[in-house]
Design a protein around this ligand. Structure first.
Ligand code: ADQ
Length: 487
């Protein structure tokens, strides 16, 4: 009797047909609730769904003691459906804060030391994914195409396949793909290779991410790289490709060009300044950035020159200990930096903990002489692209960019730095502040070319075309044959 490697699922079900052109179903943890969403990624997916119709599924921000089995309509439903899956507080703590952000996030950002292991986290992650898969098959048709976003949902394709969904399923990972050595910090139940093999297309940010993903498959017994570039793993076939994400360039340039009174005031108050904009996350390298700025102030030749650092960093994931720790560390560093360097009429560091409207943000970027983007690890980093897009082409500022950000793979004309090297960063800051106009323009033009080439509209189009062209995972076609022989 032949043994099928395909997971068992009901043989008689509605997913039995070859792919037809169906609707698009996007799955992401967050779902836009405002009628007109802002922000590059959300906007691009919104535009895509507006033109194709379809469904966007994400988590309901409110907890339920007993989450419903049904997806719930939320927000505007006119162009496409927005459906939310409910979670209990336990789900949120174990799936979101727990497994997603205390296990997967640190592993993907090379911080295995911050991983918090808990069986509850593993169970919560599997429970939410399995429940969601069931909810999706309840609303999906056989010919639909499902596009899953990010590390919250690695196992979703496996769970959907188990329920019999044979259509195309794509995955896009927004954060770095983990190095082989770091995968050892995952619990055994988290088999990324198995989970990813159930997708038809795995999209990653950079070529380096693809190399790490292929290395993982190479290390798996039974996985092979095929001549057509796909990975064969057991009965599964999956393509792994890079799709560097970007911003809505035209909209951002237009926003930066607008005049806004708020920002004129901010400019008057700040004089010459350097900007950093990040979610308050340990992966973003903020303590070293503050140290490098302090070092620059100490070593600068012209003591009359008094640039300030404007750091905008809204706190996130405060239910996770590592995020509370980084917040305390930064507050202490900020206090010391200002205590040691401030003068009666000058505050060197302005550290702001809240979200800023995008039009104000765009103007703040434009007026900043330098953009400091210095993460230890980052899937892409859209702030780097926003900073460039916001510049005045006739008098652009300079981007200082960590080599560890995905954006550095293409934006090679930024001043690339090692985020662990405080001295190098402080020297780069000095070089950026002193850079002659011609060099600033040349570097800006080169970076801007890359920003345009990865516009987020093009990104989603490229990804969806690749997913459409990908062949449905072969095992789902061969399943029937195996079954006949084994009958
Ligand atoms: P993030 O880790 O959130 O995204 P990033 O790419 O920099 O990082 O995007 C942050 C976005 O939030 C930017 O658009 C920025 O303007 C905005 N933002 C940050 N602070 C803000 C503030 N105070 N007020 C208003 N807006 C603010 C994840 C991955 C990245 C990857 C993106 C997209 O970690 O590596 O680039 O997804 O795939």
């Amino acid at each position: 009797m032949m043994v099928s490697h395909a997971p068992s699922f009901p043989r008689e079900n509605k997913w039995g047909n070859e792919q037809m052109s169906g609707k698009l179903i996007v799955v992401s943890n967050r779902i836009p609730t405002a009628a007109t969403p802002s922000g590059g990624l959300v906007f691009a997916l919104h535009e895509t769904l507006r033109s194709t119709g379809g469904i966007w599924i994400g988590s309901d921000p409110e907890f339920r003691s007993t989450p419903s089995d049904e997806l719930k309509k939320i927000g505007d439903q006119s162009d496409y459906q927005r459906l939310a899956f409910e979670m209990s507080e336990e789900d949120y703590k174990t799936f979101y804060l727990g497994f997603a952000n205390s296990v997967l996030w640190p592993v993907c950002h090379r911080r295995g030391d911050l991983v918090q292991m808990s069986r509850r986290f593993e169970e919560g992650y599997r429970r939410v994914n399995k429940r969601l898969a069931q909810q999706i098959v309840n609303v999906a048709d056989p010919e639909d195409m499902i596009w899953v976003h990010d590390y919250h949902f690695f196992p979703l394709a496996s769970d959907l396949r188990e329920l019999g969904f044979k259509g195309k399923i794509g995955f896009f990972l927004h954060i770095p793909f983990p190095a082989l050595g770091d995968l050892g910090a995952l619990p055994e139940s988290a088999n990324l290779a198995r989970w990813l093999a159930d997708y038809d297309l795995v999209g990653l940010q950079t070529r380096s991410d693809v190399a790490r993903c292929l290395e993982m498959f190479r290390s798996e017994l039974g996985a092979e790289l095929m001549n057509d570039g796909k990975i064969k793993y057991g009965e599964q076939r999956v393509s792994v490709r890079s799709f560097p994400i970007g911003i809505d360039v035209e909209a951002f340039v237009a926003t930066a060009n607008q005049t806004s009174n708020d920002v004129e005031i901010a400019k008057d108050l700040s004089g010459e300044y350097v900007i950093g904009v990040d979610r308050l996350d340990y992966s973003k390298g903020l303590p070293n950035r503050f140290r490098a700025f302090g070092r620059y102030l100490e070593t600068r030749k012209d003591k009359e020159r008094r640039p300030s650092l404007l750091q905008i960093a809204p706190p996130t994931r405060e239910g996770v200990t590592a995020y509370r720790d980084i917040r305390f560390e930064l507050e202490e560093l900020a206090g010391r930096l200002n205590g040691e360097n401030a003068e009666l009429d000058w505050t060197p560091l302005r550290y702001i903990h809240r979200n800023i409207d995008r039009d104000v943000l765009a103007k703040l970027y434009r007026n900043a002489r330098v953009g400091l983007v210095t993460p230890f690890a980052d899937g892409m980093n859209l702030v780097a692209k926003e900073y460039i897009a916001a510049q005045d082409p006739e008098d652009p500022g300079v981007l200082v960019l960590s080599r560890m950000a995905g954006a550095a793979e293409d934006m090679t004309e930024a001043l690339l730095v090692n985020p662990y090297d405080i001295e190098e960063m402080s020297e780069a800051l000095a070089q950026a502040l002193d850079m002659p106009l011609e060099e600033r323009k040349a570097r800006y033009q080169d970076c801007m070319k890359r920003v345009k080439a990865t516009d987020v509209g093009r990104w989603s189009e490229n990804y969806l075309n690749a997913l459409k062209d990908s062949r449905t995972n072969l095992s789902w076609n061969s399943f029937g044959d195996d079954q006949k022989e084994s009958d």
